[in-house]
Design a binder for this molecule. Structure first.
Ligand code: P6P
Length: 331
């Protein structure tokens, strides 16, 4: 693969013919979503849909439109057995098992949709699994993240970028709007091992458990505290925006469990199958790390399509530090 090659020119080096066809179908859906997002209100896509999803979250019009684009663009590729989405309670069967139809895809069609009405960063996150055989059910999707064969996100921001891994590095493609092709702009992305940038929603400070409170307090204390250096905080309100910044310059993304979520019976806010696992695969392929604070995210055995988990991911040294604070508090 050479910089400025198109995704079409690179795909055969990233995937076999069947997976390559599925990836190209995902890229086509992302290209269509990018055009819609760029249109904003002119396309009549802003605002609430007046409905809520399985998570009990108010849906934006574009949440539903984005989900529909994926349901339209992906099945014709022929390789999919079924789809699972943040926006759908149950799986969406596509094809019967066959030599070609062997993949399962999970996706968050529009991550960070609360940003859409304020022209903030939004994105799509997806993850591809192979089916172990037999009838397809929601149970078929409950595979550890280490079983993923492909993961990616598309960030609709000042540029539209598709970041993709099939297990041989994480590669960034920028959408050339004049040709409609994704172009290899960031081959073999690598995360710095250390960082002084962190991303967390500080409004939940009073709900944090001790390890997170200790870590953030030390960052805020800066060079006057035990860390001996100053830190900076960014919070995009969209995982794809925060994780992409970290993919480009390093950093630590934290959406930890907290006392408020625990009181609601939730282990975290972000969903394992279509947010934490794909982003963990990408970040690890770029030399970063991803844990719940206590264990590697991609080793978790999922127990439900919409399971939520705590997420600490990014520059390896800082992930290890936060994880060590959890270990110490556990003793
Ligand atoms: P909060 C978007 O709704 C999302 O799922 C992630 O993309 C983002 O990082 C997080 O939730 C934002 O959560 O609690 O800050 O609104």
């Amino acid at each position: 693969m050479n910089k400025n090659d198109t995704l079409e020119q690179c795909i055969s080096q990233l995937a076999d013919a069947d997976l390559g066809q599925l990836i190209m179908a995902v890229a086509e859906a992302c290209c269509e979503l990018s055009a819609l997002v760029q249109q904003g209100e002119l396309a009549g896509i802003l605002g609430a849909a007046g409905s809520s999803n399985v998570q009990g979250e108010d849906q934006k019009k574009l949440d539903i439109i984005a989900n529909d684009v994926f349901l339209e663009k992906l099945p014709p590729c022929g390789q999919l057995l079924a789809m699972a989405s943040e926006e759908m309670e149950d799986i969406y069967p596509v094809n019967k098992p066959s030599p070609e139809a062997k993949y399962l895809i999970t996706f968050d069609p529009l991550d960070g949709s609360s940003n859409i009405d304020v022209n903030g960063a939004v994105g799509t996150i997806f993850s591809v699994l192979t089916h172990a055989g037999g009838d397809v059910s929601s149970e078929s999707f409950l595979q550890p993240g280490s079983q993923q064969i492909c993961a990616g996100y598309c960030l609709y921001s000042s540029a539209t970028m598709l970041i993709l891994t099939t297990g041989d590095g994480a590669h960034g493609f920028t959408l050339d709007t004049s040709s409609g092709s994704f172009v290899l702009s960031h081959p073999h992305m690598q995360l710095p091992k250390t960082t002084t940038d962190y991303s967390i929603n500080a409004a939940y400070q009073r709900h944090w458990f001790a390890p997170i409170k200790q870590y953030i307090d030390e960052c805020v204390a800066g060079k006057d505290g035990v860390r001996g250096e100053n830190f900076n905080m960014r919070w995009a309100g969209a995982m794809v925006g925060d994780v992409h910044r970290i993919m480009c310059k390093g950093g630590l993304f934290l959406y930890p469990s907290n006392k408020k979520l625990a009181s609601e019976g939730k282990q975290g806010k972000l969903r394992l199958l279509y947010e934490a696992n794909p982003m963990s695969f990408i970040v690890e392929q770029a030399g970063g790390a991803a844990t719940t604070g206590e264990q590697r995210i991609m080793e978790l055995q999922p127990d439900g399509l919409h399971q939520r988990v705590p997420v600490i991911m990014g520059s390896e040294v800082e992930v290890q530090r936060v994880t060590s604070y959890h270990d110490n508090s556990a003793v």
